[in-house]
Each structure stands twice: as C-alpha cells, then as structure tokens.
Design a protein around this ligand. Structure first.
Ligand code: AMP
Ligand code: MN
Ligand code: MN
Ligand code: MN
Length: 286
C-alpha cells in the first residue's frame, strides 16, 4: 500500500502550472507514477482531460483540486481528492473562490507600478492559460522573464509576499465551506503542505481541530514543500490527530519545480495512506 507510487498534488496550465493536463499525465507516467491526481487551484476544468490521459496511459486517477482558504489571517490550501467532478455545490464554491482573482491581480499590478514595474498585469496575463485563474505565479514568471529577478523564488521573496509591493490581502474560502464542498461531493479533504504556514502552535492546533470537526480526514506529509524533518514532524501530527497521510510533489513546471513528479520518499509504514480511504473513488485503466 505505502509503496504505491502515488502523486496526489500537481498543477497544469489550467491553473499555475506550465504543462497541459495531457503533457503532465505523460510526464507523471514516465516518472513511474501509478496513481495520479491533478489538483489545479480552485478549478476543475482540467479534470476530464487529466483522467482520460491517465487512463489511456495505464495510470490510475483520482479527481483533485487545491482550494484557497483564509484561516486565522493566513492563506491555507486544502486539497480535495476523489470527489464527483460534477457536484453542483463544489463547482459553485470553486467559482466563488476564483471570482476575485482578476481584481486582485489588477491591485497587485498597481502596487508593482508604484515601485517602477510597469505593465505587470498585461505581462502576467501573457503566461495565463486560463484567464479566470491569474495567480501570483504568473506575475513571478513575468518578472523573471523581464529580468527583474533571477528566479521565481526571488520574486516571491522581494515582491509577492506579505508586506511586499505586489502583495494584496485577499479573502478566500472559509475552512468549513471548503471541507464541506469536498466531502459533500464524496471526496476526502487534505491539509496541504502544513509546514508552509506561519502559525503559532495554538493557531496550528486550531487549524487541525477545526479541519477535523468539519470532516477533514488527511494531511499532506510527503510534499515538495517539506524538509525531511518536516516530513517526520507531520507524520507524527497525522498519528496524533488520527488523520490519513498524503503524498504529492506539488509539481508546477519542469523549469521551476524543485521536486519531480513521483520522486518523493514513500510514506512511512505506520501512516494510513489517504488512497486507502479512497479505494472506491480511484479510477482504474480498463
Ligand atoms: P495565489 O493563489 O495567486 O496566491 O498563488 C499561490 C501560488 O504561488 C502557490 O500555489 C505557489 O504555486 C506559488 N507560491 C506561493 N508562495 C511561493 C514562494 N514563496 N515561492 C514560490 N512560489 C510560491
Ligand atoms: Mn501553485
Ligand atoms: Mn499550495
Ligand atoms: Mn499546489
């Protein structure tokens, strides 16, 4: 079970990745992934293409998304896995979550213009595959290509994080709503890359307990965002809270991502893999 090469967190150009769902499926398969999920931010329009490509390649598939949530003054990401992609409440919730992105991007561009970076909205839009999903990542690509920074990590550090000129505070979905949309559609909700949030121990405890109270069932333990110490730490957290564990690269782009599809260590044997909770939701090749 643990040894299955599952990669349950990745992005296509339907959100802020650079590969099409088809190309991403091919890359996952070539990297030895046996169970894959495409988890575009707040968006399901790549799901059928991803599933069809996966199954044609002989790879099993779980539906996926990564929902942007505001919790205790931070942005938290909640992955949904194995839900019905046609569920009306989930689709409506995601549409509402996406809706403020264009206006936010215009405000980000205004902030960047004030520090002498002109035309960032139009520049970022050139990298967008899906106009409804303009994200900070597209701004980062524009600022790298135009020579302002040398890589996307530098862009985030200097321009796109809290307190920096291109950062705009944004209200995303509520935690309970995001978890309910996922579970209501028959899926499992997963706290994505928990080590990325700058929470106090009290706020982190609140995140986990409220997530569970709303019906959340898993936490991402193996992710491209975690050091090996953080992998160990959140493995303990999974056990402590009785959560299943997930594994996903968070791959966005061949040129940018530090972690390749399917390349993370296996989940430690004492953890319950999230795909064990999703046996009847996995779509398998004919
Ligand atoms: P947004 O949803 O527009 O706020 O953009 C969030 C996305 O930006 C994440 O999903 C990551 O792909 C990327 N991102 C966030 N923080 C960083 C960072 N510090 N360095 C590189 N990429 C980041
Ligand atoms: Mn992203
Ligand atoms: Mn994320
Ligand atoms: Mn992600």
């Amino acid at each position: 079970m643990q040894s299955l090469n599952a990669d349950l967190h990745s992005h296509s150009n339907v959100s802020d990745g650079t590969l099409t769902p088809e190309a991403l499926a091919e890359r996952a398969h070539a990297q030895g992934v046996a169970l894959w999920a495409l988890t575009d931010h707040d968006e399901l329009s790549g799901q059928r293409r991803a599933r069809d490509s996966a199954l044609a390649l002989g790879m099993s598939y779980l539906s996926g998304t990564e929902i942007s949530v505001s919790f205790a003054g931070e942005t938290v990401h909640i992955d949904g896995l194995g839900f019905d992609v046609d569920d009306a409440a989930l689709n409506a919730g995601l549409a509402a979550t996406r809706s403020g992105r264009t206006e936010r991007a215009q405000q980000m561009a205004a902030g960047l213009a004030q520090v002498g970076i002109a035309g960032a909205f139009e520049g970022a839009m050139r990298y967008v595959g899906n106009p409804a999903l303009i994200s900070r990542t597209h701004f980062a690509r524009f600022l790298v290509e135009s020579g302002v920074c040398s890589d996307t990590y530098e862009v985030f550090r200097r321009y796109l994080t809290e307190g920096k000129p291109g950062y705009v505070e944004h209200r995303w979905a509520a935690l309970g709503d995001a978890v309910s949309w996922i579970t209501g559609a028959g899926g499992v909700a997963v706290i994505a890359h928990p080590a990325r949030y700058r929470f106090s121990p009290t706020a982190e405890y609140a995140l986990f307990t409220e997530f569970i109270a709303h019906g959340g069932a898993a936490v991402e333990v193996m992710t491209g965002s975690h050091s090996s110490a953080e992998q160990a730490r959140y493995g303990e957290t999974a056990i402590e809270f009785g959560l299943a564990a997930s594994r996903g690269s968070d791959f966005h782009s061949p040129g940018e991502s530090r972690t390749e599809l399917g390349a993370l260590p296996a989940l430690p044997g004492r953890l319950t893999p999230v795909w064990q909770l999703l046996q009847d939701r996995i779509q398998v090749p004919a």
